[in-house]
Ligand binder design. Structure first.
Ligand SMILES: [Zn+2]
Ligand SMILES: [Zn+2]
Length: 270
């Protein structure tokens, strides 16, 4: 049986999210998903500073999530997650957060690079050199994150590619293979899951992550855990590309997809 899952979604408890937990769950159910994880943002600043208002938001979110889990219990599995940005900028605090007991799964992501530059807003990607330099640093920091932090899923490795639509690089990861392979090896050895983020399907890349060479390399290094994430910030994007991700996984030799319960991996058939 094919399990459709979405392990990367945002509600208005993320600064940039535009839907309630309830709307998100209703859409996930309407689209036939078996599992949805709510993974609101929590980003560290370059000096290690944490989001000041998180504790207040977390308390309200916790209550709303528990309500949703109860009311959807027999129809949709609702998982409690978080997407921690730059956890390696404060490994000690991010470990504490990841292990506070609130989460089924923790995504580790890179939205900003040292010395505190936002990939979405602070870079000019109009030259090949700029794209190359960014991805070299991205995978260096990603490897540092793997070595110093505690998280379950590495989020959207193709996040910078979303902004590289300036015509100087093709819409895939091939160009940065030499930087990505050592990262994939460490990822596989760590047991952390690789996320196939489907945002690329709605953007210039035209398809979800999961190029054949990436999945093949990850598998050859012993990697077995892959999650699917839409990165929805609006209800209409929930579950987007979930079916395509299952197909890509099957085509590349995987026979299951991973979700997490209480930070333990669970394999679901595809
Ligand atoms: Zn966001
Ligand atoms: Zn993200």
């Amino acid at each position: 049986m094919e399990h459709l899952t979405d392990c990367h979604t945002h509600t208005w408890y993320s600064g940039d999210g535009r839907c309630s937990v309830g709307e998100l769950c209703a859409t996930a159910h309407a689209k036939g998903l078996a599992v949805v994880a709510i993974t609101d943002h929590f980003d560290y600043a370059a000096d290690g500073g944490r989001e000041a208002d998180w504790d207040l938001r977390a308390e309200m979110r916790r209550r709303e999530l528990e309500q949703a889990r109860t009311s959807w219990a027999d129809r949709l599995e609702v998982l409690r997650g978080i997407e921690i940005g730059q956890p390696h900028w404060n490994p000690q605090d991010s470990r504490k957060l990841a292990n506070c007991g609130d989460f089924d799964l923790v995504i580790g992501s890179i939205h900003d690079l040292r010395p505190g530059k936002r990939i979405y807003h602070d870079y000019d990607f109009s030259t090949v050199e700029a794209c190359d330099a960014l991805y070299q640093q991205f995978f260096e920091e990603a490897r540092e994150m793997l070595r110093t932090c505690d998280f379950d899923v590495f989020g959207h490795y193709d996040y910078p590619l979303r902004k590289m639509d300036t015509g100087v690089v093709p819409p895939n990861m091939e160009r940065w293979k030499a930087h990505m392979l050592p990262f994939l090896k460490e990822l596989a050895q760590s047991g952390v899951a690789l996320e196939l983020n489907t945002t690329g399907m709605r953007r210039w890349m035209g398809k979800p992550g999961g190029e054949a060479w990436i999945l093949e390399a990850f598998r050859s290094f012993g990697g077995r855990r892959v999650t699917c994430g839409s990165d929805a910030h609006f209800p209409r994007h929930v579950g987007f590309g979930a079916r395509e991700v299952c197909a890509i996984l099957r085509e590349n030799g995987f026979d299951n997809i991973t979700v997490y319960r209480q930070r333990k991996p669970v394999e679901l058939s595809i």
